[in-house]
Design a protein around this ligand. Structure first.
Ligand code: SF4
Length: 319
């Protein structure tokens, strides 16, 4: 998605808003303006993540995993918009895995996707019964369930000839995973925006990586997506993740900008100032007698100013 294409798209959006304005309904005009701004922001952030990580290339066939939750609906919707505007050609196929959870409404997604006119595939696999049979009552079922789901989705991607698999995880999912790994797994490890699947055959991408959850929430309301509840399996939400979510919401309220800075920090890593001896050759470090003006600040106070935005990342504060 180059800048010219995005600028042209923005101009088209402005025309659409101008056309919808002037109806005399001030509240309605304001709402239309805000909704249009949200749509533009989502397109810009998704386009930027795709560009920064080279997620989608000419000729790709992208399988978009659609769970029926707000994030995956938003992902499909924005990817469809960007595909119209992109200077490259790529295909999208929406895929839903019906895991046969009790009360899952099987008609909802096909009806929505038929209306949208996007190619899709519904994969019916009763992983719910397998998980119930194998995991004792009261134990958490998510890890087996997601392992089964992953295997099925990789197979389906193969069968559909898709080389990319797009997932609907957003910025807040990435940050929550980062904190979970640090607090409970003693690791500095997040959720990658792009990775090779563990069968080595597919590229898994997360085009919503720069998007805040609050924006997908509002976008789902605006678009009236037919949301399918995510607790049909009866599993409890992960308590630790819930705590991290609450912590981040609290920071957003009390310390505006903190969450954005932490997210920016994920793409501004300084291995020489951490402790990982595999990541930086501390043991083989030698002096070379050459002065480096940006080098040693071992005896200085670390500045606490807001970091400047590194190239390739986006000024999320401005969003
Ligand atoms: S919440 Fe339910 S459907 Fe989701 S991974 Fe856990 S067991 Fe599976």
């Amino acid at each position: 998605m180059n800048e010219v294409t995005m600028a042209r798209a923005d101009a088209l959006d402005e025309v659409a808003v101008a056309a919808s304005a002037g109806s005399g309904d001030k509240q309605g005009d304001k709402r239309a303006y805000e909704n249009n701004k949200l749509h533009k922001r989502l397109c810009r952030l998704v386009g930027q993540a795709i560009g920064d990580f080279n997620m989608i290339e000419d000729g790709d066939k992208v399988m978009v995993c659609l769970s029926g939750g707000k994030d995956s609906y938003a992902l499909l919707d924005i990817l469809m918009t960007l595909r119209e505007r992109a200077p490259i050609g790529f295909e999208l196929v929406a895929v839903n895995l019906d895991q046969k959870q009790p009360n899952f409404p099987p008609e909802v997604l096909p009806a929505y996707l038929d209306k949208l006119g996007v190619p899709y595939h519904i994969e019916n696999q009763d992983t719910y019964s397998i998980v119930k049979r194998l995991i004792p009552e009261g134990k958490t079922t998510c890890s087996l369930c997601s392992r089964l789901r992953r295997g099925i989705l990789y197979r389906v991607a193969d069968e559909l000839g898709c080389n990319k698999i797009a997932l609907g995880h957003h910025r807040d999912d990435i940050l929550e995973t980062f904190f979970l790994n640090m607090f409970f797994g003693a690791k500095i490890k997040g959720m990658p925006a792009k990775l090779v699947s563990d069968d080595g055959k597919h590229m898994v991408i997360r085009p919503l990586a720069y998007v805040k959850e609050a924006d997908t929430e509002r976008y789902a309301e605006v678009k009236g997506f037919p949301i399918i509840p995510c607790d049909l399996c009866g599993s409890q939400e992960n308590l630790q993740r819930k705590q991290i979510k609450a912590l981040m919401r609290d920071w957003e309220k009390k310390h505006p900008g903190r969450v954005e800075n932490i997210f920016s920090a994920l793409s501004t890593v300084v291995p020489s100032h951490l402790m990982d001896r595999d990541l930086f050759g501390f043991t083989g470090l030698t002096t070379d007698g050459i002065a480096n003006p940006d080098g040693d600040i071992a005896f200085d106070e670390e500045p606490c100013s807001t970091p400047s935005t590194p190239s390739g990342t986006i000024p999320l504060q401005a969003v």
